[in-house]
Every structure is written in C-alpha cells, then in structure tokens.
Design a protein around this ligand. Sequence first.
Ligand SMILES: Cc1cc2nc3c(=O)[nH]c(=O)nc-3n(C[C@H](O)[C@H](O)[C@H](O)COP(=O)(O)O)c2cc1C
Length: 205
Amino acid sequence: MRLPSAKKGGQSCTEVNIGCSLWKGDSTRKTILSLAKVYRLLEPGPVVLLTTATRRQANVMPMSWHMMIDFEPPLVGCVVSNRNYSFQALKATKECVINIPTVDLAATVVRCGNTSGRDLDKFQAFGLTAVKASRVGAPMIEECFASLECRVVDARLVTRYNLFILQVIRAWCDRSVKLPKTIHHLGFGTFMVAGRRITLPSRMR
Ligand SMILES: Cc1cc2nc3c(=O)[nH]c(=O)nc-3n(C[C@H](O)[C@H](O)[C@H](O)COP(=O)(O)O)c2cc1C
C-alpha cells in the first residue's frame, strides 16, 4: 500500500507504507537538511527523543548517551539499555528516528523517561504528534525541531555495551527555529539549556 508522505523540498511524494498507520500526520513543516550538516545538530550533545516502531506500536525514549562517529555519511553511536522497551524494537527493526527537542518540551522529555512503552502509549499520553518518516518505519515527532531517520549499520557492540551504530539516512530540520534551545542532561532531572553562541577562527570543520 502506498501512502502520501512527508514533503521533500516543498514537493509531496509517495513512499511505501511499511505497516504502521499509528501517526496522526502525514506531512511536516520540516524540510530536508543536507546530511553533511547532521553533525552540527548532534555535536553539542543535546538530549534527544529516540522513536522506534513495531507493528504493534510506536514508542519514544529520551536518550543522552549518543555521539557523532563520522561526518558523511553521518554515523552516530547510541547506547540503548537492554532494560528499555525501545531496545527490543531497535534490535528487531534496525530502524529509528533521532528527534531533537527544545526546552519547551523538557517536561515531556522527563515524563517519557519516567515511563515505558511497555505500559503506555507515550505519544497519546504526552500529546506528541507522530508524523510518517520517509525512509524508516519509526515516526518523526512533529514538536521536535529536527528529526534524523536512522538505520542500524553495525550491531557488533550491542551485546557487550548496548551500543548501536546508526547511519543517518535522511535529516529534517525546521529552519524557522534559528537558535534552538536544546537541553543537555546533567543528571537527576537537571538540564543545561543551550544559550549564547560565539564564533572563533577555528580550523575544525
Ligand atoms: C534525560 C534522559 C536521558 C536518558 N538517556 C538514556 C540513554 O542514553 N540511554 C538509555 O538507555 N536510557 C536513557 N534514559 C532512560 C530512558 O529514557 C528510560 O529508561 C525510558 O523509560 C525508557 O523507555 P522505554 O522502556 O519505553 O524504551 C534517559 C532518560 C532521561 C530522562
């Protein structure tokens, strides 16, 4: 079955529906971001909302243990505890979306971290809008300013460290959000909020 899906660069397109019709929207205000720029979203280490989906349900999990591994294609290492419901879905489907929230979603982030998809539909419970992604079965979260569609490309360290190596295969970003106030986990419910920017003559890409 083919469904209308997210807009790419202003044009609507169709994609294969891979079995889930749980999300409310099929379009997004985000536009495609160059994969070369993905590291700029993740390098400062914001708390992200990892979405996964099985045939039964879509789920959301806050995650702060992630790191960039390569520029392009963008590779991201993520630790997802095998005690979390999200672990099974990620291991089985090898797909997810990394959604990046801003401070206005901080309370929702904490609520998602205090509960499990085993017991609760977190999208419904916490008023998050699931939007169909274009390349993976997991949904994007509309309330987040950026969403990165990912596939697991290396699972060799999962057994030992719960560490999944993801490749970002499509990136979406709401460009109207000029200075996203991302949140950075300091432990036990405390977060640092992104603020002032400075630019220096650095040789680092
Ligand atoms: C700010 C924050 C950061 C977190 N980071 C991670 C993480 O990096 N990896 C992880 O496995 N769990 C992390 N957690 C814990 C999970 O989000 C939490 O266990 C959640 O309930 C799992 O949901 P699930 O069972 O629906 O997958 C974090 C929680 C919070 C609030």
